[in-house]
Design a protein around this ligand. Structure first.
Ligand code: GTP
Ligand code: MG
Length: 194
């Protein structure tokens, strides 16, 4: 692999007004709480702790922006479906993410993370529908696939492909599986952004 891109933590946005508006493309990473968003971002950037990971679900509470090679952003979105958070906090996360996705106008693509061992939730399906309706380019990444046998993984990919026709990329932050394929998708997405 070529050298890791230069990645800098830019800011945490707790309100839509704090989202960067410098016209650099933004690629968001979304999925349910604890699915492995922050671990994936660290892995593909070759960093250990740039994005904060935690075994406690619901850790990422803001929209965290990382500037990549000074040219575009990664956005680590708060995880959805973390039932244990207080209702007011849950609503706030959902509201900010919804506002960002629908109103910021800066989103160039989305990496949707699904735990390879789990079924799609209604929220996942709803997200795909929304992305389709809004013509946002997206890839589906199956996380933690080091925990599945090859056979089970093939079944998981088929299961998703029976619902959505998008690229499905098996990924593991532990073994590095899928890193190259995901980068290819990200580079294509950033290049095709206006
Ligand atoms: P929130 O920010 O809370 O929504 O979570 P997140 O989606 O950012 O998940 P995070 O990256 O913090 O990972 C959650 C847990 O899953 C941590 O304990 C990670 O070590 C573990 N994990 C993440 N990716 C992998 C993987 O590829 N393989 C395995 N085995 N564990 C993983
Ligand atoms: Mg996180």
């Amino acid at each position: 692999m070529k050298n890791n891109p230069k990645a800098l933590f830019k800011l945490s946005a707790f309100a839509l007004s704090q989202v960067p508006r410098d016209r650099k493309p933004q690629v968001a990473f979304g999925g349910r709480s604890n699915v492995g968003k922050s671990s994936l971002i660290n892995k593909i950037l070759g960093q250990k702790r740039l994005a904060k990971t935690s075994s406690t679900p619901g850790r990422t509470q803001a929209l965290n922006f990382f500037e990549i090679d000074g040219r575009y952003y990664f956005v680590d979105l708060p995880g959805y479906g973390y039932a244990k958070a207080p209702k007011s906090v849950r609503e706030q996360w959902g509201k900010l993410t919804d506002e960002y996705l629908s109103e910021s106008g800066a989103l160039s693509g989305m990496v949707c993370l699904i735990d390879s061992r789990r079924d799609l939730t209604d929220y996942d399906r709803h997200m795909f529908e929304w992305l389709d309706d809004n013509e946002v380019r997206y890839a589906i990444v199956l996380t933690k696939c080091d925990k599945l046998s090859g056979n089970k993984l093939t079944q998981a990919v088929r299961r998703i492909n029976s619902v959505v026709g998008n690229d499905v990329i098996p990924f593991s932050a532990q073994t590095g599986k899928g890193v190259q394929e995901l980068w290819k998708w990200i580079r294509d997405t950033v290049q095709s952004a206006k």
